[in-house]
Design a protein around this ligand. Structure first.
Ligand SMILES: [Zn+2]
Length: 306
């Protein structure tokens, strides 16, 4: 569920995996994590879940009656996803001009900016068209606002909505009203294109879908381009400066501590593969540990993190 939320709603390209024992929640049997990569190549642990086994049931004497009629300590899990996820969205999608929100979670999906005409009549025509457009798009289920703040130039309004990460801006001036169209500007690509007013709800919805998909694919492409399969200490040191090192690890805590001290890279997780709705550990790949050279059976993701 956390994975689907980060992947499909936020589009930040999480990698799911299991934490090594020394990174587990104290007392847990297993800790699972999601590790999306930020634009600077660092990981942000975004959402964890813990299999607590019966540790806490025993500690707090919480029991259930089994089929055998006897009392048994309960098994428990613990789940957490916090406000740092919002930081993840900003860091994965944002750019030098400000926030970029995926349409699914953008507080405002479409900002309509009326551009006044030279006379009252044309300005009124623009305002009426903007109000009608808002109604049409709202009826179609979208979150829409008309920026009718007085005393602000259209350029300042464009900048405002850009900075706030609004996925789509629709500009309407007197000439657009005459032509029966608006000028649409995508926040993700900066692309501008005219859109006819007739059938606009469908066109806007499909543009928002395209933005959602583009942000998601960009996050994936960036992460894949910055994930390196490496086998030596020098490569690990070099790789964690720019992204994730996918390397064998001997599963010794001392080795992980040394790696962290020398490279500032930490074992993010034993990554999983997704098969339908199921996550499975990736196949073993025995060989020498990338850091210390001792025997290792599996590969891990190593990265610097927030
Ligand atoms: Zn090692």
């Amino acid at each position: 569920m956390y994975y689907d939320f980060l992947e499909e709603c936020l589009g930040i390209g999480p990698i799911a995996g299991e934490k090594p024992p020394h990174e587990r929640f104290p007392g847990a049997v297993a800790t699972f994590t999601l590790e999306p990569m930020m634009q600077d190549g660092r990981a942000l642990q975004t959402g964890t879940s813990h299999d607590l086994g019966d540790t806490f049931g025993r500690a707090f004497d919480v029991t259930y009656q089994g089929e055998d009629g006897q009392s048994h300590p309960v098994f428990a899990t613990s789940w957490g996803m916090s406000t740092r996820t919002i930081g993840g969205v900003l860091m994965v999608h944002g750019d030098d001009r400000g926030a970029v929100f995926p349409p699914t979670v953008a507080p405002v999906q479409v900002a309509i900016v009326p551009v006044p005409g030279r006379d009252d009549a044309s300005t009124r025509a623009v305002e009426t068209t903007a109000a009608d457009l808002k109604q049409t798009l709202t009826k179609a289920g979208l979150r829409v606002t008309v920026d009718s703040r007085p005393g602000l130039r259209p350029g300042a309004k464009f900048f405002h909505w850009e900075r706030h990460g609004t996925p789509l801006r629709l500009e309407i001036g007197p000439r657009d009203v005459e032509a029966g169209q608006v000028m649409a500007a995508r926040r993700d690509t900066g692309e501008k294109m005219p859109v006819p007013l007739s059938g606009i709800a469908t066109a806007v919805q499909s543009t928002l879908d395209a933005i959602q998909m583009n942000l998601r694919l960009q996050a994936h492409a960036r992460r894949e381009a910055r994930t390196y399969t490496v086998d030596t200490r020098a490569e690990i040191e070099e790789t964690v400066l720019k992204g994730y090192a996918f390397t064998r690890w001997c599963e010794s805590r001392e080795c992980a501590a040394d790696m962290q001290a020398q490279s500032r890279g930490t074992i993010r997780c034993f990554p999983f593969e997704k098969h339908g709705n199921e996550f499975r550990p990736i196949p073993n790949d025995p060989g020498p540990c990338g850091w210390c050279g001792n025997h290792a059976t599996r590969r891990v993701l190593v990265g610097r993190s927030y």
